[in-house]
Design a protein. Structure first.
Length: 163
């Protein structure tokens, strides 16, 4: 099933709890498409694998680091549902564990092929294989996550604009 509407591609960013990496990716992608005048071509959301933080705002440390870069990271956490496979064109995960878990929930090859790794779109960080979870780290870990997310979002957007 193709979930593209007339001109909108639907993208879902996924991480473990939907309070650090995926809401940051959501905000970064939204800001980039707004800045490029492409907001009418995309619908963006984020979700977590677990339900621990449903309804909560993102981690205050991620919000603070994001604000320093001009991002409003204010999405309320929600849990990934298998129905998201039908609602979204691309499901972008932050690490290999996320990838394995989300792909295992797919009911078809078509659904599984929607799942992609953010790291596959890194251009400035070619040795990085994931966006590491900064939750148990310090400000430098949140900055690294944002550096990688910005890099991945740029690469993802370039890839999508070619299609």
């Amino acid at each position: 099933m193709n979930t593209k509407t007339a001109s909108r591609t639907k993208i879902l960013f996924i991480c473990l709890g939907n309070i650090c990496r995926s809401p940051a990716a959501h905000a970064v992608f939204q800001q980039k498409i707004n800045d490029k005048g492409l907001a009418d071509r995309f619908e963006v959301d984020s979700a977590g694998i677990g339900n621990w933080h449903v309804g909560q705002l993102p981690d205050s440390r991620m919000r603070r680091q994001g604000e320093r870069r001009g991002y409003m990271i204010n999405h309320k956490a929600r849990q990934f549902q298998t129905s998201d496979f039908k609602l979204f064109d691309r499901i972008v995960v932050m690490d290999n564990d996320n990838y394995r878990i989300i792909v295992s929930k797919a009911s078809s090859d078509e659904e599984a092929q929607k799942v992609i790794r953010m790291a596959d779109f890194f251009t400035s960080h070619p040795r990085a294989t994931s966006v590491p979870d900064p939750y148990y780290g310090g400000p430098e870990d949140f900055d690294l996550a944002l550096d990688l997310i910005e890099d991945g979002v740029e690469g993802l957007l370039k890839d999508m604009m070619k299609a």
